[in-house]
Design a protein around this ligand. Sequence first.
Ligand code: APR
Ligand code: PHB
Length: 391
Amino acid sequence: MTETQVAIVGAGPAGLVLARLLKRRGVEAVVLELRSRDYVEGRVRAGVLEQRTVDLLDEAGVAERLHREGMVHQGVELRFGGRSHRIDLSGLTGGRKITVYGQQEVVKDLIAARLESGLPLHFEVSDVTVADVESERPAVRFTHEGSEVELRCDVIAGCDGFHGICRPAIASALRVFEREYPFAWLGILANAKPSSEELIYANHANGFALHSMRSPEVIRSYLQCRPDEDLDEWPDERVWEELQTRFELDEGFSLNEGEIFDKGVTPMRSFVVEPMQHGRLFLAGDAAHIVPPTGAKGLNLAVADVEVLASALESFYGSGDTAGLDAYSEQCLRRVWRVQHFSSWMTSMLHRPPGQDPFEAKLQLSQLEYVCSSHAASTTLAENYVGLERV
Ligand code: APR
Ligand code: PHB
């Protein structure tokens, strides 16, 4: 048997940021990850960081490369009806900004920092189970390098994503709220220069499209597709043709094309469990909630959860005060639902559901025009997009 204070299941953004924040607060933790380091570092995901996320990574001392390579953006573009409309994020929010930096880069920086600190982070563990979560001494059991290990702790942080084992272990104490969408995103990475300085969210008769980037030489783009879309039906030429169509402008527009080196389908789902805790097991990030990627909130929300959890644990170990831990779920869920609303609103405003009725199509267009012309409506988009400071 081994022991620690906090056992963290999962080395995604939630688990790794939590481990880092706990180290800074003098709380001991062990991080357990099912996959290999290469696998975790190679997973392609979203790439927009809210300013508060950047500030937190700064405070955690893991933002050096982010500041060097991340691209600071002060606005985004909405494109529909052959016209482009800029939302001045900074102007509408008192100077707040977003940073475009791949989530997998954040994960690489966090893993490097953890390994450099010499603190425990075990990859490729298997047979992970949790036990005694209703007691004051729960355990995580797993197999590592051929040995069976029992890790006793005070608290388990379930940061093992949507398909992890922590949420199912307490399923009978949870209520699920969810919505599936009748579409998905086909995402590509390509060696091409961005065709715009800012992100472009397009609503076109053929469906939604997004133009994003990873560096001055690499773009990330998405196309609305079917949830069961067969990638074999999407040779590169078809991807480019469809992207060109969905980003077209009356005044003319051409996307820079290049070699596509990654292609995949991302499902779209809204999902929340309540509460986000049971006994001494606390869920954080995708283990507790999923948002559709339209507002790029997944990572930001995961980081917001573990910020709350780290503070609660600091008080718990500092003074024995459990008030923060007791209020964890309630405090997180306020932000979770705000972000759920925003992500679902952005999704419904920008996508064309199959068989969309003409009335809905007109409402959608009216909504888009209002968001782009009204100061109040564009401020609503902007302040949620850059991330609300307090919820
Ligand atoms: N034991 C240990 N680790 C596990 C287990 C398990 N049984 N099951 C899953 N994991 C690992 C996964 O391999 C993954 O590395 O937990 C990690 C969870 O990481 P993420 O799925 O990235 O979730 P999270 O850290 O909450 O980050 C949320 O990631 O999926 C994106 O859009 C999402 O941006 C959001 C962010
Ligand atoms: C991305 O760059 O991957 C990205 C950007 C904005 C989104 C979603 C994903 O809304």
